[in-house]
Design a binder for this molecule. Structure first.
Ligand code: 3HC
Ligand code: NAI
Length: 696
């Protein structure tokens, strides 16, 4: 017996209480302990029922993800589930907190399930590149029918107790201590003479149109394998006897375990959690964060203010004129109306936030009490410095002074205050109340507790906060500039923007780079090109055709025309034919004979550019670890989660392959394709990026 399971006898009921903090993951020790405790209960002639319950904050969060990729040790989880279900005793599971993946599979092996009203259940294995592997695809459809099971398994969503009861997953919902209500329920079942009720013995669900469902799920997954596989596993539950269906599921689970997608998704899972875990912040308390100020109520300022309000903070927003202030309030009201429409807030909360928690003013005096102020005015150094000078004059001592600048040097911005230790970059992504990424940009003199406050704000706002050093574009925009450049070069050499976008959505990106430019507004990159023109190295190749589009007044989605046409169809699924004429003219000017690119060539060049710049950013210490870069791309730039991030992707390709690609491309353009020193070093040492993610 292990101390992972507390065994207690309460009358004729044996309680098996899992205690593997923090979330009772089903590690090898837990599985062994449960097996032994089932034996013990069954060998006690007084015992007639078993109650499974979890200590701490959850019933069971699933298999122990840390064991994935290592040789599996007996007892395997499917065997444990079968053993629980086959017990001659009446088995009851009492659920609280989450019961996910293997956790729900254990519960489904019990004969009856009771849950707290706040409990949530789910089979989220697809988010790890897997399918349920301990009977979930065979037992769940027997309770809910095939359609509901497929919906639950392919989305991996957490299902609230009430809904789970309506679906037939849970038998009873009751408030109270999980062990107390579980014991009472098990007792009442014994008294009423309830029979064992193994789910595996229930009739198989009715068939549905499997091929249509498979195709729809495959399409929705944008290249992700596991959700579509889950459809086939559920299909097996209707077409094969239970034991055979389990084998089918197990084989698919094992096959998926071997895939790069599984590795990418699990890298994402752990990195998402590690990203805010910085050694320099250990033991450092953040400053107080109740009232925030925002300067500028344009696209970003209004979005940031909305994010603050939705997270329960009081927000004071400063604009330049009363008209601009009214417009800013209007934008925030629009954002909140959207949140109301999507069911994120109630009508009462909506009115309350807008009327009682938001103050829009035109004088900086209103910021006297603010704990943290985020500046989101025009991207202009002189304007930013003037704003920070005024903040220095009015803000209370200890207030954090933050800028949302996209590219400007925050060290220089900090010089316009008498308190550079309080200055930091908080770089949000548009729309700021929706996008999950927050870059916490740390200039040279920033105090550690100000950095901690940046991360605390990220947590309050429900964002993934990533630390970045100061450089032009910080982590994300600097990398984006490099891969955009690679895409532009391919266009000059013969690919069309539309071929490039298609190749990259096929790779799994939410959108291709040209569709993204249309969305952001082509004028933004145009302004950046103009800003950098004076200092540009003459060897750098920069396409002129996007400037021509802008000169003609085409800024993308907002003007109705860019790389795509939006006048008739807001989705922009029609390429703008003028773009091809502009490109053809530029190729002729440059004396380029266009050549064709396959989708694979496009993907490799684009990814090589991304990885190379990312390696430079890690090498320079702008990002502390490769995983920081991976999370920036995942949460801010639509990078497909199942590839894990660009540097995880590079590891999975083999860094020598990526370096060889870059060296090959350098034969045509040795200015753009200079291999990052860190990439060369890792290849020479036979190491990979993940080696740099490990602490110490
Ligand atoms: N295995 C190992 N560790 C786990 C874990 C798991 N299944 N689930 C969570 N943890 C760890 C986290 O890594 C974190 O560790 P850290 O403190 O060292 O960073 C700690 O538990 C707490 O997790 P969170 O910070 O995420 O806490 P939250 O309260 O925000 O969320 C949760 C809790 C909802 C359980 C969330 O962690 C989660 O979604 N976990 C994954 C659940 C899952 O995917 N289960 C399926 C596993 S696959 C499976 O069961 C296969 C089977 O079908 C055979
Ligand atoms: P915007 O032009 O939509 O809004 C700027 C607002 O600031 C305007 O409403 C203007 O009236 C106000 N303003 C200007 N000077 C002011 C002052 N002295 N005091 C008070 N208000 C003042 O610009 P946007 O797009 O919101 O960008 C703001 C900042 O955020 C820029 O630094 C930009 O680089 C950055 N950013 C923009 C992103 C985007 O996608 N638009 C993404 C991330 C950062």
């Amino acid at each position: 017996m292990t101390d992972m399971i507390a065994y207690e006898r309460h009358g004729n009921i044996a309680v098996l209480r899992l205690q593997n903090p923090p979330v009772n993951a089903l590690s090898h020790a837990v599985r062994s302990g449960l097996m032994a405790c089932m034996d013990k209960a069954e060998s006690d002639p007084e015992v007639r029922a078993v109650l499974l319950v979890g200590a701490g904050r959850a019933f069971i969060a699933g298999a122990d993800i840390k064991e994935f990729g290592k040789p599996p040790l007996e007892p395997h989880l499917p065997d444990l589930c079968n053993r629980i279900e086959a017990s001659p005793l009446l088995v009851v599971a009492s659920l609280h907190g989450v019961s996910l993946g293997g956790g729900l599979e254990v519960a489904l092996s019990a004969h009856y399930r009771i849950a707290q009203p706040g409990a949530r259940v789910g089979l989220p294995e697809v988010h790890l590149g897997l399918i349920p592997g301990a009977g979930g695809t065979q037992r769940l459809p027997r309770l809910t029918g095939a359609e509901a099971a497929i919906e639950a398994i392919t989305t991996g969503r957490h299902i609230p107790a009430k809904e789970a009861a309506a679906l037939g997953i849970i038998d009873r919902v009751e408030e109270g201590d999980p062990q107390t209500v579980g014991l009472a329920y098990a007792g009442s079942l014994l008294v009423s003479g309830a029979e064992r009720r193994p789910v595996s013995e229930m009739p198989a669900p009715d068939a549905i149109d499997w091929d249509a469902t498979y195709t729809a799920v495959l399409k929705k997954g944008r290249g992700q394998l596991s959700p579509a596989q889950a459809v086939r596993a559920v299909q097996a539950s209707t077409e094969q006897p239970f034991a055979e269906g389990l084998q089918t599921e197990r084989q698919m689970f094992r096959d998926l375990m071997e895939t790069d997608q599984r590795q990418g998704m699990i890298h994402a899972f752990f990195s998402e959690r590690a990203v805010s875990n910085l050694p320099e912040l250990k033991g450092i308390d953040p400053r107080r964060l109740e009232k925030i100020g925002v300067i500028g109520g344009g696209t970003m300022g209004a979005g940031i203010a909305t994010a603050g309000l939705l997270s329960g903070m009081s927000v004071t927003l400063i604009e330049m004129t009363q008209d601009a202030a009214d417009a800013a309030r209007g934008r925030i009201a629009g954002n909140l109306a959207g949140a109301l429409k999507r069911g994120k807030i109630t009508a009462e909360a909506h009115d309350n936030l807008l009327n009682d928690h938001l103050d829009v003013a035109i004088h900086y005096d209103a910021l006297r009490d603010a704990d943290l102020v985020i500046e989101a005015v025009f991207e202009d150094m002189a304007v930013k410095k003037s704003v920070f000078g005024q903040l220095d004059a009015v803000c209370k001592p200890g207030a954090v002074l933050a800028t949302n600048t996209s590219y400007l040097d925050i060290n220089e911005i900090a010089t316009s205050t008498s308190r550079p230790g309080d200055v930091i970059g908080l770089h949000f992504f548009s729309p700021a109340h929706v996008m999950k990424l927050l870059e916490v940009v740390v200039p040279e003199q920033t105090a550690a507790d100000v950095v901690a406050t940046g991360f605390a704000l990220g947590k309050t706002l429900g964002k993934i906060a990533v630390r970045s050093g100061v450089c032009d574009g910080f982590i994300g925009n600097r990398i984006m500039r490099a891969y955009r450049m690679a895409a532009d070069h391919m266009v000059l050499e013969g690919a069309t923007p539309f071929e490039i976008d298609t190749a990259l959505t096929d790779f799994g990106f939410a959108m291709g780079p040209f569709a993204v430019s249309d969305l952001a507004g082509l004028d933004i990159a145009w302004a950046m090109r103009k800003r950098l023109a004076a200092t540009r190295d003459p060897r750098e190749r920069v396409g002129r055709y996007p400037d021509k589009l802008c000169e003609a007044g085409h800024f993308g989605r907002k003007s109705g025309k860019g790389f795509y046409l939006y006048e008739a169809d807001q989705r922009g699924s029609t390429p703008n034919p003028e773009v091809l004429d502009l490109i053809a003219a530029e190729r002729a000017d440059r004396d380029i004979t266009p050549r064709s690119f396959t989708a694979e060539e496009i993907q490799r060049r684009y990814m090589a550019a991304m990885v190379n710049e990312a390696a430079r950013i890690v090498g320079e210490g702008i990002a502390r670890r490769p995983l920081d870069v991976d999370m920036v791309l995942l949460f801010g730039y639509g990078f497909p989660r199942y590839h894990g991030g660009p540097l995880k992707w590079a590891d999975l390709q083999g860094l020598d392959t990526v370096l060889a690609d870059i060296e090959g491309f350098a034969k045509e353009d040795d200015f753009f394709w200079q291999p990052a020193p860190l990439l060369q070093k890792l290849v020479a040492e036979g190491r990979n990026f993940d080696d740099l993610n490990k602490p110490g």
